[in-house]
Design a protein around this ligand. Sequence first.
Ligand code: NAI
Length: 349
Amino acid sequence: MHKTIAVGVIGTGGMGTRHAHNLHRLVPGAAVAGTSDVDRDRAARVAAECGGAAVFDDPYQLIEDPTVNAVLIASTDSTHAAFVRACLEAGKPVMCEKPLAETAQDAWHLVQAEQALGRRLVAVGLMRRFDPQHLAVERAVRAGKVGRGLMFKGTHRNAKVPTHLPGRVVITNSAVHDIDSARWLLGQEVTEVFVRGVRTRPHFSGETVDMLLLQLALTDGCLATVEVTSAAGYGYEVCAEVVGETGTVTTAQPADAVVRLNGQSATDVDQIWLDRFRQAYVDELVGWVESVQTGTSFRGASAWDGYVSQVVTDACIEALNTGQPVQVPTPETPALYREDAAPEVVGAD
Ligand code: NAI
């Protein structure tokens, strides 16, 4: 019987609230120990909804509090690196929403700090790795059903876009997930990127780039394309395909119904990511809490994956801004993060 993991949640906006509710209601062996948000009322509301958890005015006090075994960070991007560093200093496992940091350099410092500790404490919320549809593709590829994976093709569509949406935000907030899928599903690293982007509506602000096409070259002669459309209009949709030597594997909507009516045949399309990835968000936390309980490596994205994502997204932003292909410097994966390395202890003290 494993001990219950008491999780402190920093940032109780859209994602933090969903994660806190999932921990409280749907993740076995987890409890919400406390919440913290600059909006105290919001933190207090979520704490009350999660069994009367404590409310911390200072997120660093939450991290250090002895009743908190592990920390989930879902605050604004710019706060992530400092909170993750504090968790490493406190020796506590941490699930950090993407991005791990705002710059590749900050993410690299976190990787170095974790390596100095010699154990993996950091998990990053790149949750496609827990999406049943993506996992089905991964299983088929790993089983060699289409021969060696050669190309990843990702489609990522949001229904609506704010009238001001800089291309770099689309890359760091949306495309980052599909870049991670390409690395994960092909098992290769990105070596070069080329990015084109357009503003699809005249009334959007001048800096807005709401439709992007990313082309990636990966190691071992692999390729990837990622289409990100932010004003698709019809709904939220994410699809992934791996083209292999002998066939292709594509995500498919499980357990859906086709309605035929008035001369039409239709299935529903999700409207936002919280619906599309409902199960992935739960399974990600189940996997994380299990890894903390058992002291085994988290099978989702690590600090290294968070760092490499940042390096690739930085290169994509440069490619978008310059209109030129950009080489991606990816150093060799350190032993702590290699799949063939001995399992590292993650566990809470
Ligand atoms: P949000 O704006 O709804 O929530 C952010 C919360 O952080 C707010 O309540 C804000 O008051 C709080 N906050 C800001 N600074 C803080 C500080 N210093 N200390 C404590 N709380 C602070 O944003 P949302 O959509 O919930 O995003 C949160 C994080 O989750 C972001 O990093 C975002 O990139 C990530 N995200 C991940 C998704 C995924 O699918 N994995 C989807 C959407 C967001």
